[in-house]
Design a protein around this ligand. Structure first.
Ligand code: ZN
Ligand code: ZN
Length: 178
């Protein structure tokens, strides 16, 4: 598909996906840099598909596009039935010195300063972000009893975007939920 970018001379240019990240020549003679594909897609109001599986899943969950298919994963018949899986890929973590560090600081700097530092600790930024998703699997009521907890991962891999997620986070914990 084609996207539109603007040259500094004001002339709009049509660029293809293939020229993303490169440059095109405007009729005025200037070379105009073309943004990466993700940026072109977002600017055009499209989902940024060429992104990490977790961002894609967040996007699809928000826009109600999951599951991508309404055919039962087991028997292949169309179904409204859903089973939900919680996939914990990564938990948020807070960067900062451990408690032991403050004990030492209390010794060296004095308890009041150590307490002040400990207090400030809670204001430190949180790095990383919870990557925990509740994901719907299309499963008809007849096949639902066949979905056993230890087979959840295998069933998830029948959905492309979930498989990508598990490929990226092989240690993710997955469990059935309501
Ligand atoms: Zn131009
Ligand atoms: Zn079924």
């Amino acid at each position: 598909m084609e996207f539109r970018i603007d040259c500094t001379c004001g002339i709009p240019l049509k660029v293809s996906e293939a020229s993303a990240g490169g440059a095109v020549r405007c009729t005025c003679g200037r070379m105009v840099p073309v943004p990466p594909l993700t940026e072109l897609r977002v600017r055009a109001g499209l989902p940024p598909y060429h992104i990490s599986p977790e961002l894609l899943i967040e996007h699809l969950l928000r826009s109600g596009e999951l599951p991508p298919d309404d055919h039962c994963l087991e028997c292949g018949r169309p179904t409204d039935g859903l089973a939900f899986v919680v996939a914990e890929c990564e938990r948020a973590w807070v960067k900062g010195p451990g408690f032991f560090w403050y004990i030492i600081a209390g010794w060296v700097l004095g308890p009041l300063l150590a307490i002040a530092l400990w207090w400030r600790r809670t204001e430190e930024p949180e790095y990383g972000k919870d990557k925990v998703y509740r994901l719907p699997l299309p499963v008809c009521p007849e096949c639902r009893p066949n979905l056993r907890p230890r087979e959840v991962r295998e069933w998830m891999c029948r959905v492309g975007v979930y498989e990508q997620l598990l490929d990226k986070f092989p240690d993710a914990s997955v469990s059935l939920t309501n």
